[in-house]
Design a protein around this ligand. Structure first.
Ligand SMILES: Cc1cc2nc3c(=O)[nH]c(=O)nc-3n(C[C@H](O)[C@H](O)[C@H](O)COP(=O)(O)O)c2cc1C
Length: 413
């Protein structure tokens, strides 16, 4: 029997479970974490025990579950909190978010969270209305500013029978987010004292290469992997923004704290951007959106013998077209120009035509720059005519530079 990889070997994690229907999924989360080598200490709220019996968690974690602060030996709660490498609350109820945002310590979980030394990941689960309520959003904002990382919630079917935001991120996604959190430098994992200059901003980021299908198994696309857009989403979340990442098909994991919407074609991406725009304050368009698609999409796989020898194409939707009518006042728009010649001239033209505040131009034919690399050499061009050439940088550093300019634009009004 081959042994599974153990990315959490020698790690102790606290898992807080709250009173939500999604509590049953936390049992599977414990299983994934223990299989990956973690020692998991489960802490349940009183409400959580109404949904799932502590015995289920005890069986998969191999540890007694904490439900009652006063049943622990004196000071054991502080020891648990101080020795955990990280904590995750999944599912996190609206109630727990409120209690932790206001610093309450009225049960075992909230007390342990206040005493925690390591980073905290939170996976909310609740009805869409509860998630969108200004009180919950204000609590999320407070916690983000304090350095708490969020994973999800996702859009999808809810226990209420409705579809909307509020569905707990899947356990696999929570594991990925925990891994990134533990791998991140301490300042990034818990940015207390670090820049939170985008808190209050609602950022929409597009990323990756759209696919324009000719038939169910063939499509036109380009080599973009989405790395630049994912780096922007991660950096915006780290700086305190609420981030929605609209991603064309990509293997990349969703950055911690980012809400992801998966799309396929340019038309899907336009619809997703237009649906989220009225609520956005910053739009970062890093996706490599196809300009053309096959004029005809076949419903079934086209057989070799029957394929036409030339492909009729038509233009795809321009995502920026019609945006002015729905863009909220004060929306900061950032575009990307990937070119192979006359890079700056094309970028200047796009900056004007599309009404952007900033454009990030790069020559994708240059080694180490553009598609499918971890680095990029870019020039930042602003509406006021300023041009700034950056050296060859990691995409995460380019993302930090772009968002620094966005924060500056906001400050300058
Ligand atoms: C059937 C049922 C399902 C619930 N699901 C959720 C939920 O998904 N998210 C949530 O925030 N509250 C949910 N609640 C309400 C919480 O259980 C309630 O606010 C409780 O006080 C939370 O306590 P806790 O935060 O200490 O776990 C649900 C209640 C019931 C009866």
């Amino acid at each position: 029997m081959s042994r599974q990889p153990q990315p959490f070997a020698a790690r102790t994690l606290l898992l807080g479970v709250c009173g939500s229907i999604a509590a049953y999924k936390a049992v599977y989360l414990v299983r994934l974490l223990t299989e990956a080598g973690a020692r998991v200490q489960v802490v349940m709220t009183g409400a959580a025990t109404r949904f799932v019996a502590p015995l289920s968690f005890e069986s998969v974690s191999g540890q007694p579950v904490v439900t009652d602060l006063y049943a622990l030996p004196a000071n054991r709660h502080i020891e648990l909190a101080e020795t955990a490498h990280a904590a995750v609350v999944a599912p996190a109820t609206a109630d727990l978010l409120a209690r932790h945002a206001s610093g309450q310590a009225d049960d075992a979980l909230s007390t342990l969270l206040l005493a925690l030394r390591g980073p905290l990941l939170v996976a909310p689960a609740m009805d869409g209305g509860m998630w969108e309520h200004p009180a919950t959003q204000a609590n999320v904002e407070v916690l983000r500013k304090r350095g708490v990382t969020f994973v999800g919630p996702e859009h999808g079917p809810l226990a209420s029978g409705l579809t909307g935001p509020g569905r707990m991120a899947e356990p696999e996604r929570i594991v990925e987010a925990l891994l990134s959190l533990l791998a991140a430098p301490r300042s990034a994992a818990r940015p207390q004292g670090a820049v939170a200059d985008l808190s209050g901003e609602r950022v929409v980021v597009t990323a990756g290469a759209t696919r324009e299908h000719l038939d169910p198994v063939r499509f036109l696309s380009n080599p973009s992997t989405g790395r630049m857009g994912f780096a922007l989403a991660a950096e915006a979340a780290r700086r305190g923004a609420r981030v929605t990442l609209i991603a064309a098909p990509s293997e990349l994991p969703t950055p911690p704290g980012v809400s992801r919407v998966d799309v396929v074609s340019a038309a899907d991406m336009r619809d997703a951007v237009h649906a989220r725009l009225p609520d956005a304050t910053v739009l970062l368009m890093a996706a490599a959106v196809a300009d053309f698609r096959p004029a005809r999409r076949h419903p079934h796989k086209v057989k070799k013998g029957k394929a036409e020898q030339s492909l009729a194409l038509e233009r795809t939707e321009d995502i920026l077209k019609g945006l002015d009518a729905i863009a909220p006042e004060g929306l900061i728009r950032v575009g990307f120009a990937a070119e192979t010649r006359d890079v700056l001239a094309h970028a200047r033209g796009k900056l004007q035509d599309k009404g952007l505040h900033l454009i990030v131009a790069n020559d994708v034919s240059e080694p180490g720059s553009g598609f499918a690399t971890d680095t990029n050499r870019v020039v930042l061009l602003s509406r006021d005519g300023a041009e700034e050439s950056l050296p060859l940088l990691a995409k995460s550093e380019v993302a930090a530079a772009v968002l620094e300019r966005v924060a500056r634009l906001r400050r300058s009004g």
